[in-house]
Design a protein around this ligand. Structure first.
Ligand code: NAD
Length: 278
């Protein structure tokens, strides 16, 4: 386990870039005031990492929120993703420029291939490599890539992806994929770490929450970090944004990390990377 210190602590990517291991997700946060406020509250609370995507249609609000926070652009780790319809070499270069304009910035900290679109993701990756070489992105990565997608990409890639962002929570651990990523210096990252809200119904969590005197969200998010996994819970409510990040004053015992990992059922709440039609 890497050292987990505070909300601004980082994991080091294989090219030396420091990625804050805790960030704010903004999927389904509405563009305009809702996402502007969420980003501002998060940055005010000490978050330094925001995860958006062009398909979330809220990049404009995210950019505004960062500007209005008063922080310098360099203090925020900003992530976006190229959408499936924009994959391919030229289309990705254009999509990247469009994202930057909406985000009111001239670089990204991390840009991800959102889904492994068959016959396209290798050309998309070439575009990300070019943007990386041109100094317009600090790190490049993928999302929703299973081991066979990664193996296929690695055969053609000049640069090994720095990150793989995957659905990850106690019902979907995919430990073999995490091990594969670790072996290949690809940082694992969790999307839907709170099971899109379903985690709050899980009886198994209630005992642990009581034991540590923490909320279910805090237990789950702390588990992510102790597993060495970057996490980006979503909320638009100020008090939840603050509370979700209050996980640096306790540590889960090894047996409880195992307990949570043992809940794995291979259950997805989102789409299957081997069977999606968008
Ligand atoms: P999540 O697991 O973060 O859960 C969010 C839900 O939990 C929301 O409904 C929110 O209201 C609720 N919630 C948050 N904190 C709470 C609290 N303290 N108490 C009670 N309820 C709480 O789900 P997510 O948004 O799907 O995932 C997080 C982020 O991951 C997204 O916002 C997005 O940035 C990213 N993501 C990426 C992909 C991908 O394909 N790469 C897919 C989905 C999500």
């Amino acid at each position: 386990m890497s050292d987990i210190t505070d909300l601004q602590g980082t994991f080091t990517l294989h090219n030396g870039i420091e990625m804050p291991y805790f960030g704010l997700g903004v999927y389904l946060s509405k563009d305009g005031q809702e996402v502007i406020d969420a980003v501002k509250w998060a940055l005010e609370a000490g978050y330094r990492h925001i995860d958006t995507a062009s398909i979330y249609r809220n990049e404009q609000g995210v950019g505004r929120g960062i500007k209005e926070s008063g922080l310098n652009r360099e203090e925020v780790f900003l992530v976006s993703k190229v959408w499936n319809a924009d994959q391919g070499y030229e289309a990705t270069l254009r999509a990247f420029d469009d994202s930057l304009k909406r985000l009111e910035t001239d670089y990204l900290d991390l840009y991800l291939v959102h889904w492994p679109v068959a016959k396209k993701y290798k050309d998309t990756w070439k575009a990300l490599e070019k943007l990386y070489h041109d100094g317009r992105i600090k790190a490049i990565g993928v999302s929703n890539f299973l081991q066979h997608h990664l193996e296929d990409l690695l055969q053609a890639a000049e640069i090994v992806p720095m990150v793989n962002q995957m659905e990850f929570h106690p019902y979907l651990v995919q430990q073999a994929l995490i091990d594969f990523c670790n072996k290949n210096t690809i940082q694992y990252e969790a999307w839907s770490p709170l099971m899109q809200g379903h985690i709050f119904d899980m009886e198994e969590f209630k005992g642990l929450a009581k034991k540590y005197n923490k909320t279910i969200a805090q237990i789950a998010l702390r588990w992510d970090l102790q597993k060495g996994v970057v996490t980006i819970p979503k909320s638009t409510k100020k008090e939840r944004i603050i509370a979700n990040a209050d996980i640096f004053d306790f540590e889960l015992a090894e047996e409880d990390i195992q307990l949570l990992s043992g809940m794995d059922k291979g259950k997805r709440f989102g789409p299957d990377p081997d069977n999606f039609d968008f």
